[in-house]
Every structure is written in structure tokens, then in C-alpha cells.
Design a protein around this ligand. Structure first.
Ligand SMILES: Nc1ncnc2c1ncn2[C@@H]1O[C@H](COP(=O)(O)OP(=O)(O)OP(=O)(O)O)[C@@H](O)[C@H]1O
Length: 339
């Protein structure tokens, strides 16, 4: 649905190499039709610029951007406008017109696209029903809560029946409960309307609950990408590792590990838990074989894409030689805090 081929965007006013700032640096990315694709990264990593390249609010310095097979760079102004109309956008700060009603906000892009007043109002009412705000059509944005405003933002983005929805930190200004509701709505947008979603966020929890695929950006580059479960279970890049740990909260950090050591006299090992049940059986067999006893000292196991993921930190007790044998056999399983 969306393809970026070796895309670079340099801003001339930056202080980087050759006087320019490379906000997006040789990025290639493929977003399959019907997927929910998350782009994560710290502030300044280049996420917003990447999103703006997809709907051609920014032009790439080099490389090409294809949406639905059409190369945006090769299209004329009219073609680009058409492609842009097939892409909806949702913003962190909602960007609603304060002086227009909810219905007026949602009808606005339809009027711009040339719909009659009656058509625009009818379609706007329809999308407002979809987002559960049909009773609020005559209100003004400031009479609504943050979550309701974002639902209006989503309704406005859906009004022109786009094939793609781009979300720029769509839940970052919302509290956890409202975030949950907006993510559930975006999930319906994807599942019921078949709309491809690309969202940028600095919260891995958003990726975990909504996305099928994820790309991690650092310094303008995509440092890692893949299926959400694969990236969560085997992060390769330090930036990814930090994001994943922030969502899973599964391992004791340095100070927590010190407290565990003070509390538990035996040897501490951290063992990953994945969807692979065989790994769990292997662990209990090892402990039994070597007559090593255990206590759970710390655990963080949840679900990612409906499959278990996390880790447990165990205190092992038994003869030193037996514990050594278990720890050695854990081999591929990760040892942390072992002493
Ligand atoms: N129009 C512009 N002119 C000059 N520099 C820009 C422009 N837009 C972005 N940049 C710079 O490009 C880099 C990437 O910015 P971008 O907004 O894409 O990052 P981001 O990952 O979205 O960060 P944030 O989460 O803070 O929005 C930053 O160093 C930023 O200052």
C-alpha cells in the first residue's frame, strides 16, 4: 500500500553534514495493505518527517514514495491531490476548527473535495455514527472531552473514505483510559473499514496493543523493523531494546535487582517466557533432573499479539554444582543477575 524506496529528507537550515540536517536518512519501508504499522522513536528521530513524506507534505530530497502503486514524485499536481485525498490524517492536538460545529468539522474535507452541502452533511453524519458521536453533531469542539475531540478528528479523517490513515501521536495528549478508547476505535477503523493505518508514537504500549508491524527509528534511520511479536521477543538494536523493556516492564532494573539480591539468598536467574511452550517444559525438566528448587522473585509476562511474552526471575536453591549445571544448560535462555 505504501512503499518508501531509499528515501532521504535533508533540511538545508540544519547544522549537520554539508550544512544540512538529515531528518530521514535512506529509509526503505513497505507497509502492506490492511496492516497497522507503527513507527516508534525518540523525539527528533524523524518520525513526523517520515509521515509527512507519505502524504507529500514534504518532498523527499532523494528516493521515492509510492502510495497504492503511484509514485508521488512522478505525478502531476492533480494526481498528487487525488492521492492526498485518499490519505486521512489524525493529529496529536486534534487540529479542529473551534468556530465550526462537530458536524461542520467533519463535513469540511468533503466540501473541499467538491461535495454538495447535503452530501457532505449526510456523509459526516454517517461517520459520526461510526465513531459514536452522532448525538454531538451540533456541539462545538470546546464542549467536548479530549477523547471525544480525537474521535471527531478521526471522523474528519475518515469522511473522504481514505484507504490510508496516518496518525501523528494520536493518543499522546490523552489519559490512559481515553487512550484505550481511541485505540479501540482505530482498531475498528482497520478491521471493519479495511483501512491501512500508519501511526507514529513514542509509546511502545500503543504499538503493542494495536500494530501488526513496527519500525524503530533513531537518527533518521530505521534501525529495526518487522512483525510486532518478533521485534518484541528479539530486539536487536539498543533503541529497540529500551522501547521493548519500557512496554513489557518484565525485568528488574539495576536497583530492583539489588533489592532482590538482598531479599533472596539463592542464585537469581532471569529466563525469557515466549509463546514457545517447549521452553517452559524444558526449564521444569531441568530443575527436576538436577533437584534444584525455585521461588519466583520477579515476573512480567503478558501478551503481545495474543501470544505470551516476558520473563521471570527465579531464585534457585540447591547444591552449587547442580545450580551451575542448570544455569549452564539454560544456555540459550538468558542469564541475568546470576552470581
Ligand atoms: N521543517 C523543518 N526544518 C528544519 N528542520 C526540521 C524541519 N522539520 C523537522 N526538522 C528536524 O528534523 C529532525 C527530525 O524531526 P521530526 O519532527 O521528524 O522528528 P520526530 O521523531 O517526529 O520528533 P517528535 O516526536 O519530537 O516530533 C529534528 O532534528 C527536527 O528539528
Amino acid at each position: 500500500m505504501i512503499e518508501l524506496r531509499d528515501v532521504t529528507k535533508t533540511f538545508p537550515q540544519g547544522k549537520g553534514e554539508g550544512g544540512g540536517l538529515r531528518a530521514v536518512d535512506h529509509v526503505s519501508l513497505h507497509v502492506p495493505r490492511g496492516s497497522v504499522y507503527g513507527i516508534v522513536g525518540h523525539s527528533g528521530a524523524g518520525k513526523s518527517t517520515l509521515l509527512r513524506l507519505i502524504n507529500h507534505l514534504e518532498e523527499p530530497t532523494s528516493g521515492s514514495v509510492l502510495v497504492g502503486g503511484a509514485d508521488l514524485g512522478a505525478l502531476g499536481e492533480r494526481g498528487r491531490r487525488q492521492v492526498r485525498q485518499s490519505i486521512g490524517m489524525v493529529f496529536q492536538q486534534f487540529n479542529l476548527f473551534r468556530s465550526r460545529t462537530v458536524l461542520g468539522n467533519v463535513a469540511y474535507p468533503l466540501k473541499v473535495a467538491g461535495a454538495s452541502r447535503a452530501e457532505a452533511r449526510e456523509r459526516a453524519a454517517e461517520v459520526l455514527r461510526f465513531v459514536g458521536l452522532d448525538g454531538h453533531a451540533r456541539r462545538y469542539p470546546e464542549q467536548l472531552s479530549g477523547g471525544q475531540r480525537q474521535r471527531v478528528g478521526i471522523a474528519r479523517a475518515l469522511a473522504t473514505s481514505p484507504g490510508v490513515l496516518l496518525c501523528d501521536e494520536a493518543t499522546s495528549a490523552l489519559d490512559p483510559q481515553t487512550t484505550h478508547e481511541v485505540l479501540a476505535l482505530l482498531e475498528r477503523v482497520n478491521r471493519e473499514l479495511g483501512i491501512t493505518i500508519v501511526l507514529i508514537t513514542h509509546e511502545m504500549d500503543v504499538v503493542r496493543s494495536l500494530c501488526d508491524r513496527v519500525a524503530v527509528m533513531a537518527d533518521g534511520k530505521v534501525v529495526e523493523s518487522g512483525g510486532v511479536y518478533e521485534v518484541f521477543s528479539r530486539p536487536q538494536h539498543p533503541t529497540t531494546e529500551a522501547f521493548v523493556r519500557s512496554a513489557l516492564h518484565d525485568r528488574p532494573d539495576g536497583p530492583a535487582l539489588e533489592r532482590l539480591r538482598a531479599r533472596h539468598g539463592g542464585r537469581l536467574v532471569t529466563v525469557p517466557v515466549t509463546g514457545d511452550a517447549a521452553g517452559g517444559h524444558e526449564l521444569s525438566r531441568l530443575l527436576r533432573e538436577h533437584a534444584v528448587d525455585f521461588t519466583v522473585a520477579h515476573a512480567g509476562v503478558g501478551e503481545v499479539q495474543n501470544r505470551p511474552l516476558g520473563s521471570v526471575t527465579l531464585e534457585l536453591r540447591g547444591a552449587e554444582a547442580d545450580i551451575d549445571a542448570v544455569v549452564a544448560r539454560l544456555g540459550g535462555l538468558e542469564k541475568a543477575g546470576a552470581r
